[in-house]
Design a protein around this ligand. Structure first.
Ligand code: SF4
Ligand code: SF4
Length: 422
């Protein structure tokens, strides 16, 4: 462990226990080790050389959704997410990274060709091995119980990615760059398309990076700093070359990687540090861009007749919590769907996805997620709209498991639909 770095971060903790009262995981684990205070104590012990069990510490730090609720509630502003991520990175260096993660984060995610090949292979194998489940929120495939996934459903992958569907020569240059993100390019290409078409309504030139690597967040939260750094360096180089005035993100998790985590990965003496700061300054969320450029003021008033309040907004932890951009998504919905939008019950409850937490402990992730969508549905929400790829993946799975009539969409899809139908 890099003791001095971590000791400086953990020193701020007063052991007050406020974090326990808000922790998403505590109600499931009922154990101090699950909450921020417990993790801080363990990291402090390891950083001072008192506890030598690196594997137990890795297990404790992996058991966290990185939802940030503890950090936001902490009276001492302890940087819990940074402590957990730094600890995971240090321990991965010490104990090694599993082979499958090395392939996914080191080979597939940093390469556009790697991602394309992985999507094609996944699309072919889900037809062969998984069972089709038609639901209101789109066709899904369900894992057979033999796969040990407790009925997990995944979206049916389409034949073509969003970027692959753009004609050559289109969206090559523009003062605004749409950073689509891996999931909205490959898994939900309709979201990539909706974001692209609605950004174009601003009248500004919209460009895309056709061969962008992943933002690097999945690698970073897994402790694989070298792969995360590779993604960051490549993105900073390409975005600096393209030099857009603004970079717009439909996914809150990609945005938090660029606005916050990217700079913690690059030391100040790194040759790309200055470029990275300039890139980070230009990054913004999809909803803020639409509101600032007045796109929605061109939308005719919504038709009457839909049940008021049936469409709700889910607060993605990274976008609403960490970056404080929850009001913008709601305002976009208000303008796009009128009084069909209503404040959703449990809007700020974490969906339980937590990046690799969903793979590490699917039953607990699903329990948290099923509670989330059930609370929303019981409160009268029929459509959950949001702006983060991980939340959409998770809540569609949860809806398919608990209430197949519940739809989960990106706000861009509703905006695009509103413009297309009026
Ligand atoms: S709320 Fe903050 S200061 Fe209090 S125990 Fe938790 S991490 Fe420490
Ligand atoms: S980030 Fe979330 S899950 Fe992790 S300790 Fe904090 S509140 Fe609990």
């Amino acid at each position: 462990m890099r003791r001095e770095d971590l000791a400086a971060l953990t020193a701020a903790c007063a052991k007050c226990g406020t974090c326990r009262t808000v922790c998403t995981l505590y109600p499931e684990r009922k154990a101090e080790i699950a909450v921020a205070r417990g993790k801080v104590v363990l990291v402090e012990a390891a950083a001072s050389g008192l506890d030598g069990d690196a594997e137990a510490l890795q297990e404790a730090l992996s058991d966290c959704l990185l939802c940030g609720r503890c950090e936001r509630a902490c009276p001492n502003q302890v940087a819990v997410e940074e402590i957990v991520m730094k600890g995971r990175g240090d321990l991965a260096e010490e104990l090694g990274i599993p082979a499958w993660k090395q392939v996914v984060f080191g080979k597939v995610m940093p390469s556009a060709g790697g991602k394309e090949a992985a999507r094609a292979a996944a699309a072919a194998s889900q037809k062969l091995f998984l069972r089709k489940v038609p639901t209101e929120s789109g066709l899904h495939y369900r894992f057979p119980s033999a796969f040990g996934q407790s009925g997990r459903t995944v979206p049916a992958l389409s034949g073509e990615s969003f970027l692959g569907s753009l004609p050559r020569g289109e969206a090559v240059r523009g003062e605004v760059l749409l950073f689509v993100g891996c999931v909205f390019d490959h898994v939900f290409p309709q979201v990539g398309r909706a974001a692209y078409e609605t950004l174009r309504l601003s009248g500004k030139g919209i460009a895309v990076l056709r061969d962008a690597p992943c933002c690097g967040l999945p690698a970073l939260v897994s402790g694989d700093r070298p792969s995360a750094l590779r993604c960051v360096e490549e993105n900073v180089r390409r975005l600096s070359e393209a030099s857009p005035e603004r970079i717009v993100f439909p996914c809150g998790s990609c945005l938090v990687m660029f606005r916050r985590n990217m700079l913690s990965l690059l030391p100040k003496e790194h040759p790309l540090y200055g470029d990275a700061v300039r890139v980070a300054d230009r990054c913004e969320d999809y909803a803020s861009f639409l509101l600032e450029t007045g796109v929605l003021s061109r939308l005719p008033a919504p038709r009457e007749g839909e049940r008021p309040g049936r469409i709700g907004y889910h607060d993605p932890c990274h976008l609403s919590g960490t970056l404080g951009r929850g009001g913008e998504g709601r305002e976009v919905l208000r303008r796009a769907v009128g009084d069909s939008f209503g404040e959703m019950k449990g809007a700020d409850l974490c969906c339980g996805y937590g990046g690799t937490f969903n793979i590490r402990d699917y039953p607990t992730s699903a329990k948290i997620g099923q509670n989330k969508v059930s609370v929303a549905a019981e409160g009268g929400t029929a459509v959950i709209a949001t702006a983060c790829s991980g939340c959409i993946l998770q809540m569609r799975d949860m809806a398919a498991r608990t209430d197949p009539s519940l739809r989960v969409v990106h706000i861009a899809e509703l905006v695009f639909q509103a413009f297309s139908s009026r």
